[in-house]
Design a protein around this ligand. Structure first.
Ligand SMILES: Cc1cc2nc3c(=O)[nH]c(=O)nc-3n(C[C@H](O)[C@H](O)[C@H](O)COP(=O)(O)O)c2cc1C
Length: 485
């Protein structure tokens, strides 16, 4: 599909999975608009050809992100989210029809169980005799950056289940390869996979885990999306692509996975077992240091006959992950706005690498409302990681960073208009003194209202009046046309 859309570049020459693919992909991701998706047809592993091709940067532009979600623009999906949130009983036929269409879309969200699928074309079980000989060493898994601790699976869709409720979770947590059948499992302490793992540990039970690579890109997007704990990402993927996800049972663990996955790695995490993971050149643009993380033991690998290994790289922005994160913000903005109707727009600029910087514009109505928004956002799911939040008035375009910085510099008395909070921090943030905890800062860059302690009368911004603008427009037209004024 990417090829038909002119969004794919094939690379037929052999290229090493040890850093060479990273260097090519990094240059592509940093080219205007995110460049093209790349298909490496002959990746090599330690100088030997891999039997599987590798795809990278498949979501690394606004257009490819929209293609991945099966929409013309990511905003179309945001619009559909908004419609569902605002659904009211219809008062006329047209509204009734619209509501019915939304209902049909939601029906697609329900997954369908099927007996088998392409992900089972080739099945390698490690509990069979003789045990299958395919291993992670056969997959073109990248060593991304010079100081990385080894090879990392960078785009894994990790399926786990809450042992108490049976609820499924799909999250994306990178996996360092220790050997052909063992990897790390980098679910950070705040993530749902880690919460599930803790419950298995408390129950003293082995935790079944399935990791899917590839398949419909809507799964990969859903794995990264900050859905609330307990909301099934597979329902969301079905809703996004308007087609039920077909699920098959795994061979060796009691979990279900999408039938169209390119690869499925089945196995388990033994609660309590941990191993050093890292270093890894991370989203932040810095290496995250070695730390202990759970260990994933593989019990089977199944794959499509024509499987393509999917990968991404992260590092100094902008990278592919910016487009994935930006799509999340846009798709879920209607949910944020439903909680805070005064929010006009919100963005996480690329310089902030997701959590470090949030620009939000509001329709301000009462004193200290900017602080209500900061604290509200800090209390909302993964927005808790937002290191700096800048609140501006509704007439400021949050997507124009220089406009936001202009308001920040002009409209704030630093001491009066800022606030610090203690907070959980993103595990990847190397700046806090202690991992996972630290402080965040909010700036109120809105115009001050009476009641906010400012007594001097807020000045108007310098702007030309509409009448002069119109007069000059016609004057300029005459000058261009060579007519006398
Ligand atoms: C390319 C990419 C790699 C990621 N790697 C990790 C990771 O290694 N560990 C982690 O905890 N989160 C990682 N994330 C972020 C999570 O996928 C994201 O927070 C997701 O919402 C977690 O799902 P959960 O809330 O169901 O746990 C990554 C995101 C992307 C886009």
């Amino acid at each position: 599909m990417l090829e038909k859309a002119g969004e794919l570049r094939r690379i037929a020459s052999p290229v090493a999975t040890e850093m060479e693919i990273t260097e090519i992909a990094d240059r592509e991701m940093k080219s205007p608009g995110g460049g093209k998706a790349l298909l490496f047809e002959r990746p090599t592993i330690d100088g030997k050809p891999s039997r599987f091709p590798l795809a990278i940067n498949t979501m690394g532009s606004e257009r490819r992100m929209a293609l991945a979600l099966g929409v013309g623009s990511v905003d179309d999906l945001a619009h559909q989210m908004g419609l569902i949130l605002k659904a009211k009983p219809p008062t006329n036929f047209r509204q009734g029809w619209d509501l019915l269409k939304q209902g049909v879309d939601l029906l697609h969200a329900r997954p369908k169980r099927v007996r088998s699928g392409p992900c089972k074309d080739v099945v390698t079980r490690f509990d069979a005799t003789p045990a299958g000989d395919l291993s992670l060493d056969d997959l073109p898994i990248l060593k991304c950056w010079p100081q990385d601790g080894g090879r990392f699976i960078t785009l894994p869709n990790v399926y786990t289940r809450d042992p108490d409720t049976g609820e499924r979770n799909l999250g994306m947590y990178r996996m360092q390869v220790y050997d052909g059948r063992t990897t790390g499992m980098h679910w950070q302490v705040h993530k749902v996979g880690a919460r599930h793992g803790k419950r298995y540990y408390e129950r003293g039970e082995r935790m079944p885990v399935a990791v899917c690579l590839g398949g419909d890109p809507a799964y990969t997007f859903s794995a990264t999306a900050p859905l609330p704990d307990g909301l099934d990402e597979i329902l969301f993927a079905g809703f996004a692509r308007k087609k039920s996800v077909e699920l098959v049972r795994c061979e060796t663990v009691d979990l279900e996975v999408p039938a169209d996955s390119d690869f499925v790695l089945e196995g388990y995490v033994q609660p309590g077992e941990a191993r050093p993971e890292g270093p890894f050149g991370d989203h932040t643009g810095f290496y995250t240091p070695v730390d202990d993380y759970p260990v994933f033991h593989l019990t089977a690998i199944t794959h499509r006959k024509d499987a393509v290994y999917p990968a991404t790289i992260v590092g100094v922005p902008p990278m592919e992950d910016y487009y994935i994160g930006d799509a999340s913000v846009r798709v879920f903005l209607p949910v944020i706005k439903m909680n805070f109707p005064e929010i006009v727009d919100l963005t996480l600029p690329p310089e902030g690498v997701f959590h470090n910087l949030v620009f939000v514009s509001i329709r301000k109505q009462y004193p200290l409302q900017a602080y209500k928004i900061m604290h509200g956002l800090w209390g909302m799911g993964q927005m808790m990681f937002s290191k700096y939040i800048v609140v501006v008035d509704e007439d400021c375009d949050v997507h124009n960073t220089s406009e936001v910085l202009f308001r920040l510099c002009a409209n704030t008395d630093p001491q009066r208009d800022s606030t610090f909070i203690k907070s959980p921090c993103d595990s990847l943030d190397h700046a806090p003194t202690v991992p996972n905890i630290g402080s965040h800062m909010g700036f109120d860059a809105t115009r001050k209202l009476p009641g906010e302690g400012y007594t001097r009368g807020w000045p108007d911004m310098v702007k030309m009046d509409a009448e002069t603008k119109a007069r000059v427009d016609s004057l300029l037209q005459r000058i261009v046309a060579g007519k006398p004024a």
